[in-house]
Design a protein around this ligand. Structure first.
Ligand code: GLP
Length: 240
């Protein structure tokens, strides 16, 4: 595991983009994340694309997760997030992008389809944020490491943390989500995890500065992966 600390989110994201670019080519498959964490990295990707240095024409992407109970047009749905923050600004083909379908009438069937798609996806680089409780994707503490695509009941702390995107009203935050499982995440060839802000410090300490590998702190599974890059700002650094 490579651990890199930067002054700011912006600097970490610039380096994350350099690392990402060194690991992929224009035919690669990306595992993408949402939330506040990857936004500057997506800006770097857009900037480089607009400068003519990288085309997404043949890139495929698979997203980690999606809320259950809000429509794709909801500004905080992860479908919308990806359009607004990345897809609308690069030349990726819509049909090559995949975000879990959490609004399907038959949700079980949608989960099965996403699992099948992931089983054939061969993700080259998976981008990850981390929840303050150590969740990755929406795999909350206690999720078995061998889990695939599934529906999650979000933990109270996750609902509270994400209420900042929903007018700070926890009643507006969806209570369930669909997520790739930990087993799916671990199949990626390389993983880049980003973490910014003091509230991520405990998760980073458990990941970088302990021997713990335990389902109660989902991100600790990454210690078993052969190629992980962890980039943080100084607030998330466990030594602060
Ligand atoms: C969210 C997402 C995760 C994300 C994490 C951190 O709930 N489902 O994929 O990595 O929690 O979120 P943020 O980047 O907004 O801090």
């Amino acid at each position: 595991m490579k651990y890199l600390v930067f002054e700011t989110k912006k600097e970490a994201s610039k380096e994350a983009y350099k690392i990402l670019k060194s690991l992929i080519n224009e035919n690669s498959t990306l595992g993408l994340a949402t939330g506040s964490t990857p936004t500057d990295l997506y800006e770097e990707m857009i900037k480089d694309h607009k400068e003519g240095n990288f085309s997404y024409k043949n890139i495929k992407s698979y997203n980690l997760d999606e809320y259950v109970g809000i429509s794709y047009d909801h500004p905080e749905s992860y479908h919308k997030f990806m359009e607004t923050n990345l897809f609308d600004h690069i030349d990726i083909e819509k049909e090559n992008t995949h975000v879990p379908d959490a609004s399907a009438e038959d949700l079980e069937d949608a989960l099965k389809s996403y699992q099948e798609a992931l089983n054939n996806a061969n993700i080259d680089v998976q981008l990850l944020g981390v929840g303050s409780n150590g969740h990755i994707g929406f795999n909350e503490p206690g999720t078995p490491f061998d889990t695939g695509v599934h529906i999650v009941d979000l933990k109270q702390e996750t609902i509270e943390a994400n209420s900042r995107f929903f007018n700070n009203d926890i009643n507006l935050v969806p209570k369930q989500a669909v997520t790739m499982g930990i087993n799916d995440i671990m199949k990626a060839k390389h993983i880049i995890l980003l973490a910014f802000g003091k509230e991520k410090q405990a998760a980073i300490k458990n990941l970088i500065d302990s021997d713990i590998i335990d389902e109660s702190i989902p991100c600790t599974v990454l210690k078993k992966h052969p190629s992980v890059y962890v980039l943080v700002d100084k607030e998330a650094d466990f030594r602060n």
